[in-house]
Design a protein around this ligand. Structure first.
Ligand SMILES: NC(=O)C1=CN([C@@H]2O[C@H](COP(=O)(O)OP(=O)(O)OC[C@H]3O[C@@H](n4cnc5c(N)ncnc54)[C@H](OP(=O)(O)O)[C@@H]3O)[C@@H](O)[C@H]2O)C=CC1
Ligand SMILES: CC(=O)N[C@@H](CCC(=O)OP(=O)(O)O)C(=O)O
Length: 344
């Protein structure tokens, strides 16, 4: 049994960590922080957890208590892990950061996209990008994990088989993506109001979203050369879910694309390549750590279209964070993550 702490327990990714960890046989949640709700029992704020964490209450972040944990999750806004991760690692805890603080290898690029200077550039060398489908061995040894963003998870999984085999034009990759409203977090925002977000859909960040450099970094690593990416996210009227549609132009005859995808992901417990002709739905992954993928080649032409769906709060955040924890501590990679999606 290991002890974990969660910094930022009142947000959507924090409560999703608790929901998933309630099913984990080898993990005890020892500390969960919130400055605004300190003293409140977690099941008073989240009654779905009643009976699962008796006696667990939110407390102020305390480095000494958190540092005593085997692992600490950060489910906090950008910049918070910069300030605390170094001290916790120094006290012996392993850190799994759900924010973007350690996702970009270049501190100046991070500062450009996040509008503040990087608070812990000295830790970047130790940070491992927590996409198990790419970095499994490094994750097992890591002391600091940068859990990938939600859009970057879906887009990279869709593109990896094509880029690793140099099958598409790397100058012109297009990722057209849709997200549910929980992607914007639990904080009150006008754009997340029912009357604003329901029965409507809109693109945003079309001329530059902060996930663009993160996706580009991952695709460039996969291709072994720089990738020209157009990424356009959209807000859609659903609560959870990411749908990514990736378009690539084939540079030569690729062989059997379905077999390529099946082969690439055959040993991946969190990726499901659907049968030929499939159109995966976000509801088929709701509440799960699964990415479902389908590959199409319309009319047998030179465009390949890959469809990928995930739950932004699970494979796009808290589930993937637990997948990383399982690898770091030698547990079954999908421990606590096996339940299928709710249907309907
Ligand atoms: N929502 C999503 O789909 C995804 C989110 N993420 C990322 O995960 C992180 C958390 O997102 P989400 O769950 O939506 O969280 P929210 O932004 O809704 O909640 C943030 C939590 O952090 C705490 N917090 C805020 N500021 C500080 C601080 N300075 N020090 C300590 N704690 C602080 C808050 O509690 P209090 O202020 O009371 O201390 C709260 O519990 C973000 O970085 C987000 O970008 C990643 C992937 C997907
Ligand atoms: C719908 C929506 O607003 N989505 C968020 C991305 C989700 C998220 O929280 O991204 P991180 O994984 O990088 O934290 C956005 O566009 O900024």
């Amino acid at each position: 049994m290991i002890k974990v702490g969660i910094v930022g327990g009142t947000g959507y990714t924090g409560v999703e960590l608790l929901r998933l960890l309630s099913q984990h046989p080898d993990v005890e949640v020892d500390a969960i922080t919130s400055r605004s709700e300190a003293g409140l029992a977690v099941d008073e704020l989240y009654p779905n957890l009643r009976g699962h964490f008796p006696g667990l209450a939110f407390s102020e972040p305390d480095p000494e208590r958190l540092g005593d944990c085997d692992a600490v999750f950060f489910a906090t806004p950008h910049g918070v892990a910069h300030a605390m991760a170094g001290e916790l690692i120094g006290r012996g805890a392993r850190v799994i950061d759900l924010s973007a603080d350690f996702r970009l290898a270049d501190a100046d690029e991070w500062a450009h996209w996040y509008g503040q200077s990087h608070g812990a550039p000295d830790l970047l060398e130790d940070a491992v990008y927590g996409l198990p489908e790419v970095n499994r061995d490094a994750i097992c040894q890591a002391r600091l994990i940068a859990v990938p963003g939600c859009y970057p998870t879906a887009v990279q999984l869709a593109a990896l088989p094509l880029l690793e085999r140099a099958l598409i034009d790397t100058d012109h990759v297009i990722a057209d993506c849709k997200s549910g409203v929980t992607g914007a977090g639990r904080g009150a925002k006008i754009g997340s109001l029912l009357a604003e977000a329901s029965e409507s859909m809109k693109a945003y960040g079309a001329s530059g979203h902060r996930h663009l450099p993160e996706i580009r970094q991952g695709l460039t690593r996969a291709a072994g050369k720089s990738v020209g990416l157009t990424f356009v996210p959209h807000l859609t009227p659903m609560i959870r879910g990411i749908h990514a549609t990736l378009y690539g132009r084939l540079t030569h005859e690729p062989g059997d694309l379905q077999a390529l995808f099946e082969q690439r992901f055959k040993d991946e417990p969190a990726v499901d390549v659907m049968p030929p002709g499939s159109h995966p739905e976000t509801r088929s992954v709701k509440g799960t750590d699964m990415c479902r993928i389908a590959v199409h080649r319309p009319g047998g032409g030179d465009t390949v279209v890959v469809l990928a769906v995930i739950d932004n709060l699970v494979k796009g955040a808290s589930g993937q964070a637990i997948q990383n924890l399982n690898l770091m501590f030698g547990f079954d990679e999908m421990e606590g993550l096996y339940a299928p999606a709710l249907m309907p």
